[in-house]
Structure formats: structure tokens, C-alpha cells
Design a protein around this ligand. Structure first.
Ligand SMILES: [Zn+2]
Length: 695
């Protein structure tokens, strides 16, 4: 049984971070959710000498990408190529130290995912069913996942998708949605027969329950269930208790991994079947490039498998993927799935569609060379157990009060005084000149690596960072209290003891903080002459007497209030005015007879003027083919009269005349109104003539 606390020098650690979805840029919520925790853990394990591998990659399939491509008028390939590069730049800028970063649209991955599917097919893991699925008659397409939206049957939130409600996190199937609507056309979907391969999840409830609640598998201890986060176990428990539904593992789509079955043209693997297999593909690619055996990482009971994800992915990593791995038979199961909750921003949920986010590449443009500052703040407020919140004021306070005033100030004083008193050479230490104060500091250093490390191995990164920063705080406080700048005048021997202690504290900081703020740690290690640092060498005696220390520029600049204001201004200014879900619902159904009553014709505007004392009205003279008539239209705030003259319009000619401001309006000009309130004419195509009948 894996003990995550003891040094794991005999066990391998296979780590994955959720494959980011290649249809949008990376924001701080992504980083705090799945990537920074993975990076801190991976860096720590490498420093500790663990045989660790951390992989990730772009998730490039699924309905959201085809939908995005359709909306943007480009190909899915263009979308994923763009965001694959964009996401890599964001990760690189924040020093995410993946051992390998892959992508799921590669032919290699298609092959691996198809092989996996075929193995399960042969083992009879799927149920093949031909039954009625929602189909958009206007778009001529089956509607799965994000192609369909409706009210969540579990929490009654509107805007739930066909695969998941983002409000309550429930996994859904399209038929469970209340009032389903096609996101392609807004049409109410109809039912149409298609063949799909289902995973009968209900058959797996018993062993899943044991695996998650007790940490046992096949009757054997598998992992320490106590280490699992309560909110992860809780979510899984409630799903299993609610009864697991069969889930379709294929889709009727033209973008994805083709279903490797004769006659299954136009069908691809469900993105949540192929994406986690992407972890395996990434491992294979890494192993091939490094002359290793990928099976050591996925098929050996000497390996612990840990998935870093956000809470919206719990169902896929704790239930579906383990079922797939177990059904395949050759694979180990996840040892832990330390999902994080969500990070909010300035009092609201981070939202890509509303552009309410701090985008990583934008941050790096605005704050060059300040990746450690962001990593530090995100680690300090990481949403480990429940949602947390990023604010620019808090960012400023943490950078100024903690990084600059504590860590930066301490390091600066250590290096400056060493330079001043000893020409930059670490002084000798005579233990006889040490007092209680020195012994207390050195004892704190002795126990710090284990304390920080235990927190990291338990995925308690906030506590780990607190503990590591505690060493810097201790050093800062110790130095302030001992006042070596005064003691030096009367007792240089004692000053040597104080400075020796301070230098050891600085050296320990450079190692204990490396997983969190690697750039700063690396600068500090260079200044202190530490090469090839390993976790266990964080001891009270790292820097020997006689070591030459070099000076460093100020490590952390203070953040001015005006920078906070500028970021807040930018955030609010770029916020999308209306959320996407503001499209009004469809009106009640009408009969064909009702529709036939409408007499719609092409008209041409021959004259136009403002209506006196009416801010919103324009008076249009329109040639209808039948006659020339006057029509009033409430578009004066959107169009000047001269913009309207000469236009062809769609006109309802048989609307009962109405008198407005003393003028009789004989008909209505059709306008299209967007969600943001902007108005546009519904213009008949080039070549139509006044009088043409619209039906
Ligand atoms: Zn819900």
C-alpha cells in the first residue's frame, strides 16, 4: 500500500494534470486548479529523488471545439493549432515543468485510443444500442454534449449541457435535460435513431464504492482513502448512491478519434474516453524519446498514479477512467485524485465567455519577469478544499508584505551584511558562541524539510507554502531581534554566529521555496553557490565557512496601488456586456395558418426623416411595389436618416395602420436585434425587387 508521507524512493510516481481544452486561453483559475499543484509536487519530488514523471497535453477533440470552429467560421484544426501553441506559451511563461506535453489530435494518440477501445470492445465492456437520440432538424446533426442545453434535472439551473451541469457538477445525458434546445440553431431537437456504444456504469458501482471509500481494490488495500480530499470522496459517493447511468462512449461527429468498427463512419470516440488515454499516449512519447518503458508507469504495482484536476473533472477521473482502466485489465488505478475547487475573481466566477478572467499570457505581458509573484499568490490561496478568490488588492498585499518585506528584505540584508563585514565570504561558526536563539533557529531548520514535504505529499500546498515561508519569517525576525549591525561594533565573534545562522536560513529558503517560486530560488542558489540542490540537503549546515556569496539585485519590486487600479479598470472594461445565455427563449408555437396571414414584401426606402419631438422614431417612405407608403420605425438612435435612404428592407405590409405622433404608420420594417441591443436591417439579398413576396 502506498504511503504518501514516507520517502517514496522505492516507488515510482506517475503524475498527470488535466489536459486543457484547446478552445480558449489559459487563465489563473486553470493554473490554480490543475497545473500549479502538479508543478509544485513534481518539483518537490524531483528534489527528493523520487522517480517521478509528470505529463500533460492539449485536449483537442469534442463538441465544444467543433462548435467554436463553426461559430468562428474556421476549421477545428485551426482552432486546436492556435490554442495548443497559446496554452504552451502560458505554461512556459509560468515555468510549468512538465516532463512531456502532448496533444490528442496526433495520429499516435488516435492509434492508442483506438487500440484501447478495441480491447474493451473484445472484452464486452460496452453495450451497443440503437436508439433515439436528440437531433437538430435544422442543422442536420445529432446533438450530444455541448450541442444541447437545457435546465439541469438535478439542481434546476438553466444552461446545463448535454454532458454536464457546470453549476452543480452533475454528469448528465442529453435526455435528462429539461426543455432541451439545440445550441446550433436554437431549435427544439427531435428524436432520431442512431447506434452508440455505452459504458454500463451501473455494473461497476460496488467495486467503485469500495475503491473510493475504503481505498481497497480486489479485496486488497490499494491506497490511503483518508488522504483523499473529502469533497472528492463526497461527490463520488453521492453519484454512486444516486445510481450510475450508462454513458455513451461514442458520438456522431466528424472531429475526433474515429470509432474503430466496420461501418461506424461518422462516429468518433467520446472526448472523455479519449482524453484520459492522452495521459498514456504522452507517457509513451516521453518513454520513446528517453529510452524508457512506458509500462513501468502505467502497468506496475510499484507505481502510484495521481491525477491533478479541477472539481468539474472528478466524475471522469474517479469513476469513468477507473472503469476503463479496470476493464482493460493491464493498468493500475489512480492512487489519488486531489481535485481542486474553483478560483473566483473579484467577487465573481471566472468566465471565458464573459471575459472575466486574468489571462496568463496577458499577465506575463503586463508583469514581465514576475511569474514567481503570480505562482506565489495562487499557491497561497489555492482552492484546495473549497472555492477561493483572487483579488488584485490581495495580490499586491501578498507581494509587498510577504515576498518583498519578508523574503526579499531578509535575503537582501544577509547578502549586504556578509559583503560588508566579510567581503562576501561566509564566516566561521564557533558553536560556543551560540545562544538559545541560534539553537532555536538551527533546530527549526532541521525539521523544516520534513514538515514542508509532508504537506506537499498530502497535497496541502497552502500549508506547505506557509511552512516554507515560516522559515523566511523566522530568519527575518531573528535577524531583526539580534541586530548584528549593532553587535558587530562590540562583539564581532558573536556577529559571526548570527550571520552564520542567517546565511543557513537563506540557503534553506532557496531549497524549501523552490517548488513554489523556482526562478527566485534559482537566483538565490546561484548567489549562495548551491549546486544541484536536493531536498534532504536542506539542513542547518548547508553553506560552509569560506564560501563566497555574490550580491543580488532586489528580488521583489513592490506593487504600487496604481497598478492594482489599472488591472481592475482593464478587467471591468473588457467584461463582455451580456452573458451568452441572454438569448430570449422562443415564443409559443403558432400554426401555419397564422403564418400565412403575414404579408411580407421587399421594399425600398425612397426617403427618410426624423420625427419631430420623438427621439427614437424615423419616418420612412417606402416603395412596396404596390404603392409608396409611410412607415414609422423606432430606429432613430441606431441610424441617421441618410443611412437608411436607398436600402432594401423586409416589410410587413398588412399590419393594421397605427397613428403615432399624428403620423399614420402603414406597416412595419423588420429588424434583427442582437443580445447587446444593437439593431440591424433584415436586408433581402441582392437582386430582389420592391414588391417581391417573402414567404
Ligand atoms: Zn445542476
Amino acid at each position: 500500500m502506498a504511503d504518501p508521507v514516507s520517502p517514496s524512493d522505492t516507488r515510482r510516481l506517475m503524475m498527470t494534470s488535466a489536459l486543457p481544452y484547446a478552445n480558449g486561453p489559459i487563465h489563473i483559475g486553470h493554473i490554480a486548479g490543475a497545473y500549479l499543484p502538479g508543478d509544485i509536487r513534481a518539483r518537490f519530488e524531483r528534489l527528493s529523488g523520487t522517480d517521478v514523471l509528470w505529463v500533460c497535453g492539449s485536449d483537442e477533440h469534442g463538441a465544444a471545439i467543433t462548435l467554436r470552429a463553426k461559430n468562428d467560421g474556421v476549421t477545428p484544426r485551426e482552432i486546436v493549432d492556435h490554442y495548443h501553441a497559446d496554452m504552451q506559451a502560458a505554461f512556459h511563461g509560468l515555468d510549468m515543468s512538465f516532463d512531456h506535453y502532448s496533444r490528442t489530435s496526433s495520429s499516435k494518440h488516435h492509434q492508442i485510443a483506438q487500440d484501447f477501445f478495441t480491447t474493451l470492445l473484445k472484452k464486452g465492456s460496452f453495450e451497443v444500442k440503437t436508439d433515439a437520440q436528440f437531433y437538430d432538424p435544422e442543422a442536420s446533426q445529432f446533438l450530444a454534449d455541448r450541442y444541447i442545453t437545457g435546465t439541469c434535472p438535478k439542481c434546476e439551473a438553466p444552461g446545463a449541457f448535454g454532458d454536464q451541469c457546470e453549476k452543480c457538477g452533475s454528469a448528465l445525458s442529453p435526455k435528462e435535460l429539461i426543455d432541451p434546445t439545440s445550441t446550433l440553431s436554437g431549435a427544439t431537437p427531435v428524436l432520431k435513431d442512431t447506434t452508440l456504444w455505452y459504458l454500463p456504469m451501473g455494473n461497476h458501482e460496488d467495486w467503485l464504492k469500495e475503491y473510493i471509500e475504503q481505498g481497497t481494490f480486489n479485496g486488497q488495500p490499494h491506497h490511503d482513502a483518508q488522504i483523499w480530499k473529502a469533497h472528492v470522496t463526497g461527490q463520488c459517493r453521492s453519484w454512486i448512491e444516486g445510481g450510475l447511468q450508462s454513458r455513451a462512449m461514442t458520438r456522431d461527429l466528424d472531429w475526433g478519434v474515429p470509432v474503430p468498427v466496420e461501418g461506424a463512419d461518422g462516429k468518433v470516440l467520446y472526448v472523455w474516453l479519449d482524453a484520459p488515454i492522452g495521459y498514456i499516449t504522452a507517457t509513451m512519447e516521453w518513454a520513446e524519446a528517453n529510452g524508457k518503458d512506458w509500462k513501468d508507469w502505467w502497468q506496475s504495482d510499484q507505481t502510484d498514479l495521481v491525477h491533478y484536476i479541477g472539481k468539474d473533472n472528478i466524475v471522469f477521473h474517479c469513476l469513468i477512467f477507473p472503469i476503463l482502466l479496470r476493464e482493460h485489465g493491464d493498468y493500475i488505478l489512480p492512487t489519488n485524485v486531489p481535485a481542486n475547487a474553483f478560483m473566483n475573481l473579484e467577487g465573481d466566477k471566472i468566465s471565458t465567455s464573459r471575459n472575466w478572467a486574468v489571462w496568463v499570457t496577458e499577465y506575463l505581458n503586463d508583469f514581465p519577469e514576475k511569474s514567481d509573484e503570480l505562482r506565489y499568490v495562487l499557491a497561497s490561496i489555492m482552492p484546495e478544499q473549497k472555492d477561493s478568490e483572487f483579488t488584485w488588492t490581495d495580490y499586491r498585499e501578498r507581494v509587498n508584505n510577504e515576498l518583498a518585506d519578508v523574503l526579499g528584505n531578509f535575503i537582501n540584508r544577509v547578502l549586504v551584511l556578509t559583503n560588508k563585514y566579510y567581503d562576501g565570504v561566509a564566516p566561521a561558526f564557533d558553536p560556543h558562541s551560540a545562544t538559545e536563539a541560534e539553537h532555536a533557529v538551527l533546530e527549526a531548520l532541521r525539521i523544516a524539510p520534513a514538515r514542508v514535504g509532508n504537506f506537499i505529499r498530502r497535497n496541502r500546498f497552502r500549508d506547505a507554502l506557509q511552512e516554507a515561508m515560516g522559515v523566511a519569517r523566522l530568519g527575518n525576525k531573528y535577524m531583526t531581534e539580534q541586530e548584528p549591525w549593532k553587535v558587530q561594533k562590540t562583539d564581532p565573534k558573536r556577529t559571526e554566529a548570527i550571520m552564520h545562522c542567517c546565511i543557513q536560513v537563506a540557503a534553506n529558503c532557496s531549497i524549501l521555496l523552490e517548488p513554489f517560486i523556482p526562478r527566485t530560488a534559482s537566483k538565490l542558489q546561484e548567489a549562495l553557490g548551491i549546486e544541484g540542490a536536493i531536498w534532504n540537503t536542506a539542513t542547518p549546515e548547508i553553506i560552509p565557512a569560506g564560501r563566497v556569496l555574490t550580491q543580488l539585485p532586489i528580488l521583489f519590486e513592490k506593487i504600487d496601488e496604481s497598478i492594482v487600479e489599472a488591472q481592475l479598470l482593464k478587467l471591468h472594461a473588457s467584461r463582455a456586456t451580456e452573458p451568452e445565455s441572454e438569448i430570449p427563449p422562443s415564443k409559443p408555437e403558432m400554426t401555419f395558418e397564422d403564418f400565412q396571414k403575414l404579408d411580407l414584401r421587399v421594399g425600398e426606402v425612397t426617403a427618410c426623416e426624423r420625427v419631430p419631438k420623438a427621439d427614437k422614431l424615423l419616418q420612412l417612405t417606402i416603395q412596396t411595389g404596390l404603392d409608396e407608403r409611410t412607415v414609422l420605425s423606432g430606429i432613430a438612435e441606431h441610424f441617421a436618416p441618410e443611412e437608411v435612404v436607398g436600402r432594401r428592407v423586409t416589410l410587413l405590409v398588412n399590419l393594421a395602420p397605427r397613428k403615432i405622433r399624428g403620423i399614420e404608420s402603414q406597416g412595419m420594417v423588420l429588424m434583427a436585434e442582437s443580445a447587446d441591443g444593437s439593431l440591424r436591417f433584415v436586408t433581402p439579398e441582392e437582386g430582389t425587387q420592391p414588391g417581391d413576396i417573402i414567404s
